[in-house]
Design a protein around this ligand. Structure first.
Ligand code: SAM
Length: 295
């Protein structure tokens, strides 16, 4: 059964008396070359367990099952799960769980299924409106993942991989770069899906750090500084940070913040969009030290 074949997809949906569901972002890949490129680019190998999110009719699941040691696929739609029963028949290294990924106990699923796997990788092709929350949740929850491979809208991909100083660089770029190394593995045209979405896509892989190279003294404060810098993009860092944190940290006024930046070798008019993760961490650490000893 060729799962990138449009007549096969329509027949499978027809047998379950279902159709493409917009509310679940059901745009299925029909470009076999892209499916293979994503699976190869995801780093799936015979030592690894893959947590697939949003398998649909199983077009990537089949390839992942050939490439990986084990695959666990989380799918929200029971109609898709009924189809997966047929398309994955006989594949004993695949388990399908009918569940909303946002409600799933991922640490338990990983512990239960992948304890005998040397690596754990995520592969996801999800509705675009939940990709950013899911990437954020996967990175924040310290699941011991080796990589996350995810299909996103092209413009979102540009932001995820953006380097400091570029137009696309923002809070999400800093966030991702704090947790891992992101890079694009495939460009995917709208015509590679049925139904075709209105936008082009890209697949991004994030290699998650086991040991993060940048370790701010206070992670919460580090992210507050990053968010402040990008929430008020046109302001200098001094103004952005003082307006966001000045009320919380005693004595953190414009003069003090300028003094902190200059003492670290930055220009007093530096803007957040030019700063790397390391530089944000240095600044956040200096603010932390000052907050503990303001006088
Ligand atoms: N992986 C398939 C492919 O590439 O053709 C299907 C991709 S389709 C864009 C997204 C899939 O994610 C659909 O099967 C949809 O039902 C499923 N899905 C949507 N929201 C979900 C959620 N919260 N949890 C798990 N699966 C979800």
């Amino acid at each position: 059964m060729k799962l990138t074949d449009i007549s096969t997809i329509r027949a499978l949906l027809g047998q379950e008396q279902t159709d493409f569901k917009k509310k679940y972002g059901q745009n299925f890949l029909v470009n076999e070359g892209i499916v293979k490129k994503i699976v190869a680019g995801s780093g799936a190998n015979k030592d690894c367990g893959v947590l697939e999110i949003g398998p649909g009719i199983g077009v990537m699941t089949v390839e992942l099952s050939d490439a990986a040691k084990k695959v666990v696929s989380l799918e929200i739609d029971p109609d898709m799960v009924a189809i997966l029963d047929k398309t994955l028949e006989g594949r004993d290294n695949v388990k399908v769980i009918c569940q909303d990924v946002l409600k799933a106990d991922l640490p338990a699923i990983i512990a239960e299924n992948f304890s005998d796997c040397a690596e754990v990788r995520v592969c996801a092709n999800l509705p675009y409106y939940i990709t950013t929350p899911i990437i954020t949740m996967l990175l924040e929850s310290d699941l011991g993942l080796d990589s996350i491979t995810v299909m996103v809208q092209k413009e979102v991909a540009d932001r995820l991989v953006a380097k400091a100083g570029s137009d696309q660089y923002g809070a999400i770029s800093t966030f991702v770069a704090y947790y891992g190394k992101p890079y694009k593995i495939a460009a995917v045209s709208a015509g590679s899906f049925i139904p075709a979405p209105k936008v082009d896509s890209s697949v991004v892989r994030i290699d998650v750090y086991r040991d993060r190279p940048v370790k701010p003294l206070d992670e919460k404060l580090f992210f507050e500084v990053v968010r402040a810098a990008f929430m008020q993009r046109r302001k200098t860092l001094v103004n952005a940070v003082v307006s966001a944190l000045g009320g919380k940290i005693q004595g953190l006024n414009k003069e003090k913040m300028t003094e902190i930046l200059v003492s670290l070798g930055f220009s007093p008019t530096v803007r957040g969009e030019t700063l790397s993760v390391e530089q944000f961490a240095k600044i956040a650490d200096a603010i932390k030290t000052f907050s503990e000893n303001p006088f």
